[in-house]
Ligand binder design. Structure first.
Ligand SMILES: Cc1ncc(COP(=O)(O)O)c(C=O)c1O
Length: 393
């Protein structure tokens, strides 16, 4: 008898709610909790360029060899240029180490293990943040504190409180930064804010670890990477965890990358050697299929163009849903208009979130996170009615 003492673990805040949603038999139920893109019919269809790439790479995919420990080189080159911008990638590439990762989550985990081993175990995340951050970093052996970031009453960034908290951190603390489309608040710093945070972190010797999971969903591919470019140009050493789940619609393929911006090619090589040891001991080497699809799209200009256009349309649908929602809601919801990406946080209590679910079949995360992907023209009025009934006014 080995397992009789195993206690039941708590359900995951996102996936756990998925089970309850599936089991709900009400046809009018609405999922406003999930971060998987849906079209106006609330269907998740593969992106056209990716579907084409899938059929075009079939022959390569039959090769059964292992990938290198740090992944498929053409994928890393293509995604590096996407994340940093062609020019910076070419200019700084000789000091940026890149490893393919098992989604953005895998990149965060491998990055955290590396930092715990080589830099610091002290991490800080924003309050609020993606709920998985804490457990990813804690399971990598890190201590995770939170810093203020969001003013829930006003529905906006509390920059003064954020800066004040960063000022007090001990040197070498790892600060998790959402590059764009902050999850869950949708509240992004301005470029001026990023410049200030970058200077402060250099002055205080704090380590930036960017989580870049939504490129293209904020203000477009080029603008969404500006925070990374600001930090790189300012001379930071840093990590970037990149996810291809959302912007390539490859959730189940687990495609991502970890980038380490170092100071020179020698350091890049040493950092890479340690990251590879971590990968080797965790899962040895990454899967090939999704990375080949992404590399194929990004290196074929017609496909790349098609992918960009489709991503732009996806972002456009989310913006138009946001605008339609805001127009039907009173003053206290107008903060939603300025948010970026898929999410926003309503200033609802756990009890109000529970009422939305039980009375109306409308599912939000417990922290009040609302995901625009579940909205369409058909369910909009029902959602508005439920929000006004439960939230007042
Ligand atoms: C902020 C943030 N970081 C990372 C991830 C991880 O994405 P992936 O599915 O690629 O592991 C997500 C996914 O929801 C996310 O919201």
């Amino acid at each position: 008898m080995f397992f009789h003492g195993v206690a039941e673990g708590p359900p995951d805040p996102v996936f756990g709610l998925g089970g309850a949603f599936q089991a709900d038999v009400r046809p009018e139920k609405v999922s406003l909790f999930i971060g998987i893109y849906r079209d106006e019919e609330l269907k998740a269809t593969p992106m056209a360029a990716l579907a084409q790439a899938k059929s075009q790479i079939q022959k390569d995919d039959l090769l059964a060899d292992y990938l290198p420990m740090d992944g498929y080189p053409p994928f890393l080159q293509a995604v590096g240029a996407l994340a940093f911008g062609e020019e910076l990638w070419r200019g700084a590439g000789e000091r940026i180490y890149a490893a393919q990762a098992v989604g953005g989550t895998g990149a965060l985990r491998v990055g955290a293990e590396f930092l715990a081993q080589e830099v610091s175990r002290d991490f800080t995340v924003s309050h609020l943040t993606w709920p998985n951050h804490r457990q990813i970093f804690e399971r990598a052996g890190c201590r995770v504190e939170t810093h203020p970031y969001y003013d829930g009453q006003k529905g906006r960034l509390d920059f003064a409180a954020w800066v004040g908290a960063l000022r007090k951190l001990p040197p070498k603390t790892v600060v998790i930064l959402h590059t764009c489309c902050h999850n869950p608040t949708g509240c992004d710093p301005t470029l001026q804010h990023w410049e200030e945070i970058s200077s402060l972190m250099l002055e205080k010797n704090l380590f930036p670890f960017f989580d870049f999971a939504y490129q293209g969903f904020g203000e477009g591919i080029e603008k969404d990477r500006l925070p990374i470019q600001i930090f790189l140009k300012a001379g930071h050493e840093m990590l970037v965890a990149y996810s291809c789940s959302k912007n390539f619609g490859l959730y189940s393929q687990r495609v991502g990358a970890l980038f380490a911006v170092t100071s020179n090619p020698v350091e890049k090589s040493r950092v890479g050697s340690q990251v590879k040891r971590i990968i080797r001991a965790l899962y040895s080497n990454p899967p090939a299929h999704g990375a080949r699809m992404v590399a194929h799209v990004l290196t074929h200009s017609a496909l790349a163009q098609e992918w960009r256009s489709e991503l732009g349309r996806m972002q456009g649908r989310l913006s138009s849903m946001r605008e339609a929602l805001v127009q039907k809601l009173p003053e206290e919801y107008q903060f939603l208009r300025n948010l970026k990406g898929m999410f926003g946080c309503l200033n609802f209590s756990v009890e109000q979130v529970r009422r939305l679910k039980e009375q109306f079949g409308i599912y939000l995360l417990e922290n009040g996170r609302l995901s625009l992907v579940g909205l369409n023209h058909k369910n909009m009025d029902r959602v508005v009615h439920a929000l006004l009934t439960v939230g007042g006014s």
